[in-house]
Design a protein around this ligand. Structure first.
Ligand code: NAP
Length: 308
């Protein structure tokens, strides 16, 4: 049983391999690009594709993602081979914690207090918001729901935007084009947790950002390309947006000269909001390998037509 491993960008390779070997001692793991005879390969574990990666893999049973997002390889999937996302509660909790931190940073005036501290100023900024503040989550799937619940527990009023209508429990659900406008119009904090697909690529342009309430904050933890970065910068420069926290950028790494780096309203982290945990991840991957070998459907299948 041969698996090709190309997890770069989603967890430490060596940790992935040692966990998979521990769980499946009969698994032979080959590092890409040293894949030997591609006809031997039954499984590929990856985060991002590469030219020719699947060439000659005539015995491929399943493609397994090392991350929650599959935009790095979904376009290259061989016909007829099932693929699975990594849907890991550990990662969902990590993502929720990162987003909560970013939203609280803005909602509790941390940028202003940091500026005061730099000048040795002790001055209370009394909260003027006695109504629940409104968060809109673009993409309310596995990570969006977990994040939305965490924010609702902290007193925020949360709405989640999805492609199809969903029952999100205590969270309001909006969907489709009309739902997007309603969500943007109301969101003091806009959180992006959408997958990158042909439909979401460049979704947040100048027109959509202009719908947000004056001084709204933007938090992006999914993929940089979903927001048109020059339009985001213009919205920040004009003061229309009060600030942004970006865990993702287009391109990555963000070039050293990019004006976002030095923008006073912008905080940047290097795609670390929900780093893959190879220990919990390997258990999920092992289960899908078992299923594929038994001829059972994979958990968390990728829909290549939707792109996520
Ligand atoms: P998921 O469970 O597949 O959820 C995706 C959500 O987006 C679903 O609610 C889906 O709607 C919605 N959606 C997709 N296309 C849409 C469209 N065109 N219009 C409206 N809604 C749309 O994915 P997930 O596990 O929550 O992960 C989300 C993303 O987070 C990943 O794709 C990845 O890019 C990102 N991520 C980032 C990090 C990091 O470290 N920064 C870590 C992990 C994941 P439906 O419910 O109707 O299907």
């Amino acid at each position: 049983m041969v698996l090709v491993c190309k997890t770069g960008g989603a967890g430490d390779d060596e940790r992935w391999k040692s966990e998979l070997r521990r769980l499946m001692p009969d698994l032979e793991i080959r590092d890409w690009p040293d894949t030997g005879d591609p006809a031997d390969v039954e499984f590929v574990l990856l985060f991002a594709s590469a030219p020719g990666l699947f060439d000659g893999m005539t015995g491929l049973r399943a493609v397994l993602s090392a991350g929650a997002g599959v935009d790095g390889f979904v376009g290259d999937l061989p016909e007829g081979v099932p693929a699975a996302r990594l849907v890991d509660p550990w990662m969902q909790t990590a993502m929720a914690a990162w987003v909560v931190h970013a939203v609280l940073h803005f909602s509790r005036n941390m940028p202003a207090y940091a500026a005061q501290q730099a000048r040795g100023v002790w001055r209370e900024r009394f909260e003027e918001h006695f109504e629940p503040r409104r968060v809109g989550i673009l993409g309310c799937g596995e990570i969006g729901r977990r994040t939305g619940r965490a924010l609702a527990d902290l007193g925020f009023r949360v709405a989640g935007w999805t492609r199809t209508p969903r029952d999100l429990g205590e969270l309001e659900n909006l969907h489709g084009a009309a739902g997007l406008n309603a969500l943007l119009d109301a969101s003091e904090f806009l959180v992006c947790l959408l997958p990158l697909t042909p439909e979401t690529d460049g979704l947040l342009d100048a027109g959509r950002l202009a719908r947000l309430p004056e001084g709204a904050f933007f938090v992006n933890a999914s993929r940089g390309r979903i927001v048109v970065q020059k339009d985001l910068l213009a919205a920040l420069d004009s003061g229309r947006l009060g600030g942004a926290w970006l865990d993702v950028a287009d391109p990555e790494p963000l070039p050293p000269g990019d004006p976002l780096w030095r923008h006073p309203g912008v905080w940047i982290t290097p795609h670390v909001a929900g780093v893959t945990n190879p220990v919990t991840g390997a258990a999920l991957v092992a289960e899908n390998i078992r299923r594929a070998r038994a001829g059972e459907p994979l958990t968390d299948p990728v829909d290549r037509n939707r792109g996520y």
